[in-house]
Design a protein around this ligand. Structure first.
Ligand SMILES: Cc1cc2nc3c(=O)[nH]c(=O)nc-3n(C[C@H](O)[C@H](O)[C@H](O)COP(=O)(O)O)c2cc1C
Length: 218
């Protein structure tokens, strides 16, 4: 695909079809994403992919946690503060205010999509070692972006979601991620269900005006 087509397609998908993703394609994506830059070439990332029966069981266990109202307990929130600066807080509020979908009558769609893990056919869990400088979170973000762009290039749809790492104990049970690694983020992969209401293009969030983001100093 042309780079611009890949980049312009980088929007999240909240409902995938049941079509499976070829395992060789998955391996190729991770293989190529390793080319991402990292601080001092530290390459702190690892990718664990759940698919098939293991993924089904994982989703079922997470549903049990949700049904029992178990508090989310992400590894990253213990490492990083959740105190937001005013700037991202305002951005999130703007998204909320401009997207009735998030907070009004369509909230159930959003919640349902998250609670069923978007019907993702594969979930890539991304980790860094527990003993990591904050630089490694930056590196992991770059690695994640590479995975997402490569996936889109291969015709797949992507869904990065912290909701899929709400219960790291359950993630560890199936992925066997060792305690020495932090379960940082997860990316759902599959093929986009274009008929799903939750994927409707009218719910595409805006971005801030460029002058709020970009300053050129001469
Ligand atoms: C780190 C991260 C975590 C996210 N977590 C969730 C999530 O848990 N649930 C969800 O529905 N979307 C999640 N998203 C998707 C964002 O809400 C989405 O990217 C944003 O609203 C912009 O939409 P767009 O990417 O389609 O333009 C997450 C995105 C990122 C990068």
């Amino acid at each position: 695909m042309e780079f611009n087509d890949v980049y312009n397609n980088e929007r999240v998908t909240r409902k995938f079809t049941n079509r499976k993703v070829n395992e060789n394609l998955l391996a190729k994506i991770i293989e190529r994403a390793k080319q991402s830059p990292s601080l001092l070439n530290s390459q702190p990332w690892k990718a664990y992919v759940l698919t098939g029966e293991a993924l089904k069981k994982f989703k079922k266990d997470v549903k049990e946690q949700l049904d029992a109202n178990v508090e989310p307990n992400e590894d990253f929130t213990t490492m990083l503060s959740l105190n937001w600066d005013l700037y991202p807080s305002q951005n999130m509020a703007t998204v909320g205010a401009s997207q009735p979908y998030f907070f009004n009558n369509k909230m159930e769609l959003f919640t349902e999509a998250n609670n069923t893990m978007f019907n993702a056919q594969d979930i890539v869990f991304l980790t860094i070692p527990k003993a990591s400088p904050i630089w490694s979170v930056f590196d992991l973000g770059i690695f994640a972006q590479s995975i997402m762009l490569l996936a889109i290039d291969a015709g797949l749809a992507i869904m990065p979601a912290h909701s899929m790492v709400s219960y790291p104990k359950v993630v560890r049970k199936y992925t066997k991620i060792p305690d020495e690694e932090l379960v940082g983020m997860a990316i759902g992969l599959g093929y986009r269900d274009n008929a799903a209401e939750v994927n409707d293009s009218k719910y595409i969030p805006n971005r801030l005006p460029t002058e709020e983001v970009y300053k050129l100093v001469k």
